[in-house]
Design a protein around this ligand. Structure first.
Ligand code: TEU
Ligand code: CA
Length: 574
């Protein structure tokens, strides 16, 4: 599409370095492993790779706790390996974006070590320090009741300097004080320009709306009366100075024509989102809204005792919310169903009950993603239809701090009640972040082909289903999920004005089994019909779609009948 920014019509492939490809057999994925897989990545028909944090880190939160922005975590490789990777991407016509994690650093970052060393250290004000409060009995209390996103208080007491510091995530991830202009300049230089000068094409910006906290640091309303801490998203998301900071950041980015995709939790109104992504605002290229991936999690799934579940009308509404961002506006949006913080989409939104339904629903979800407007994101393994780990796995197989904290808290709160713990395991089996972090399934060889067969164990157990679900098998099979994704990626390019840029309209909205929508551009229409149920459904040609001239562009059932089979999808050009 002439005159459009390069990133709009791009397909972006997300790589989680620890779990993608282990080249040297230490059980941990690495940068040389990524370099050796670039031909595979280009074969998918993608344009950009997004690399999750590969920076030096104590790995308390898998690299989202950065101790040095300018060096690489040893087991992943070196800065030189990164230069080789950037080069190798560009040689193949691929672009590369990195994760920018600047709401917090690791507590092992030099800045924080200095900041915590004394109240008069020049970097004291680079983090958020507050004095204690005392209750009626003279007991020390944190400055407010905010709950950390990984559970417990968001404040940690520091013995040396007798103050609390803020950490919205884990204790080892202190929040940076963005109010300090000197800190902001140092972030732009050392975390951003250092890599932009090496040629990276942009950033996925972690927790992009949390830099500006509401300055009163008021207590959050009590939603969970049994707890001393309360969810406080509204008090630390979208604070009063956030757009000022992002404008400033954008001045740095625009020198390099870099793209950005911000992670935007807890922001649900159209106006709220547009402040971040309207072109006129000059802040971010696009954002990830959470409407779809939050389905079935409740407001905070960890504190529920039963699953809220989800229904198709909620899913339709979530899709509509993100598609509406570009309707008659100058903004841009994204399309994704998976990332490193989510369970696998087939397990959550399709079915992994039988191999047949698994394959069919993986293709059905591929049809949905490939026909929605915005920049397309595919998470590693999604293209082969990887699924969640089974319920039999015990807590020992789960490595994510969010999962293990949750399990421990449930254990403590329930007095190790087996029913509560079993419920916690049900919850983890659906929603844990671990599922997307299992090793990439390359082949039927030992370790799923992720680590060399001779090697010690991969850092996470591979899913036992790797002999049936793997790249090597699917590359040879023209009816595989992988072949289907390749086909859909081509289709998306061919019909970009409809699929990437077209207008989205839902038909038959009340239908709780079938998702029907059109994409329109000038006088052309694409009709998409997706059966999200595991039963046969009537296929009805919508009255509003007039033409008799139907052409089937894609489908996941061969020799299909009039009725829609379980998880069947069809894409028509009208
Ligand atoms: O996630 C931030 C975030 O708000 C959530 O997706 C979070 O992971 C989830 O609610 C926890 O239950 C980003 C990263 O994607 C995530 O991997 C990091 O752990 C987090 O920031 C901290 O940097
Ligand atoms: Ca390795």
């Amino acid at each position: 599409i002439v005159g459009e920014k390069w990133w709009k019509n791009s397909i972006i492939y997300q790589i989680y370095p620890a779990s993608f490809k282990d080249s040297n057999g230490d059980g941990i994925g690495d940068i040389p492993g990524i370099i050796s897989s670039l031909d595979y990545i280009t074969s998918l028909g993608v344009d950009v790779i997004w690399l999750c944090p590969m920076y030096d880190s104590p790995q308390i939160d898998m690299g989202y706790d950065i101790s040095d922005y300018q060096s690489v975590y040893g087991p992943y490789g070196t800065v030189q390996d990164m230069e080789t990777l950037i080069d190798a991407c560009h040689k193949r016509g691929l672009r590369i974006i990195l994760d920018l994690v600047v709401n917090h650093t690791s507590d092992q970052h030099q800045w924080f070590k200095e900041s915590r060393s004394s109240k008069t250290n020049p970097k004291r004000d680079w983090y958020i320090w507050k004095p204690a409060k005392y209750d009626a009995n003279g007991n020390r209390q944190p400055p407010n009741n905010w709950r950390s996103i990984f559970g417990g208080s968001a404040w940690e007491w520091d013995e040396t300097t007798q103050e609390y510091y803020l950490h919205l995530f884990c204790v080892e991830q202190p929040d940076v004080n963005w109010e300090n202009a000197e800190t902001r300049q140092e972030i732009y230089e050392s975390a951003m320009e250092f890599w932009l000068q090496k040629g990276v094409d942009g950033f996925r910006v972690d927790t992009v709306n949390m830099y500006s906290k509401h300055p009163a640091y008021a207590n959050a309303p009590i939603l969970d009366p049994k707890s001393e801490t309360q969810p406080a998203f509204d008090l630390f998301c979208n604070g009063p100075r956030i757009h000022e900071y992002l404008s400033e950041m954008n001045e740095v980015l625009s020198k390099y024509d870099a793209m950005t995709v911000g992670e935007l939790p807890n922001t649900h109104t159209l106006e709220g989102v547009l402040r971040y992504v309207s072109a006129a605002e000059k802040q971010l290229s696009m954002v990830f809204q959470f409407d779809l991936v939050d389905l079935g999690q409740g407001k905070d799934y960890k504190f529920l005792t039963t699953f809220p579940g989800w229904n198709l009308r909620e899913l339709k509404n979530a899709v509509k919310n993100t598609q509406d961002i570009i309707r008659g506006t100058d903004a841009w949006t994204t399309v994704f169903m998976e990332n490193h913080d989510q369970g696998r989409s087939v397990s959550r939104f399709g079915s992994d009950k039988t191999p047949e339904l698994r394959v069919r629903s993986a293709k059905m979800l591929a049809m949905m993603q490939s026909t929605l407007s915005g920049t397309q994101f595919i998470y590693q393994g999604q293209e082969i239809g990887m699924v969640n780990a089974p319920r039999e796995w015990t807590i020992d197989e789960y490595k994510d701090i969010d999962s293990t904290n949750y399990y421990q808290m449930t254990s403590k709160a329930s007095g190790e009640d087996p029913a509560a713990l079993s419920m916690a395991m049900d919850s983890l089996q659906h929603l844990a972040r671990d599922h997307s972090r299992l090793p990439m399934q390359w082949s039927a060889e030992a370790n799923a082909g992720f680590s060399p067969a001779s090697s010690a164990k991969p850092w996470m157990r591979p899913n036992d289903n790797y002999p049936e679900i793997n790249v090597k098998l699917q590359e040879k099979d023209s009816s595989s999920v992988l072949s289907f994704w390749k086909q859909m990626n081509e289709l998306r390019k061919e019909y970009a004005d409809l699929l990437v840029f077209g207008e989205f309209d839902i038909l038959d909205e009340p239908n709780q089994s079938v998702f029907t929508y059109t994409k329109t551009s000038r006088n052309q229409t694409i009709l998409v019909v997706l059966n999200f149920s595991d039963t046969t459904q009537k296929f009805q040609k919508p009255d509003s779609v007039k033409s008799e001239d139907w052409k089937l562009l894609a489908g996941n059932v061969t020799g299909h009948k009039e009725d829609l089979q379980a998880f069947e999808g069809r894409v028509f050009l009208v």
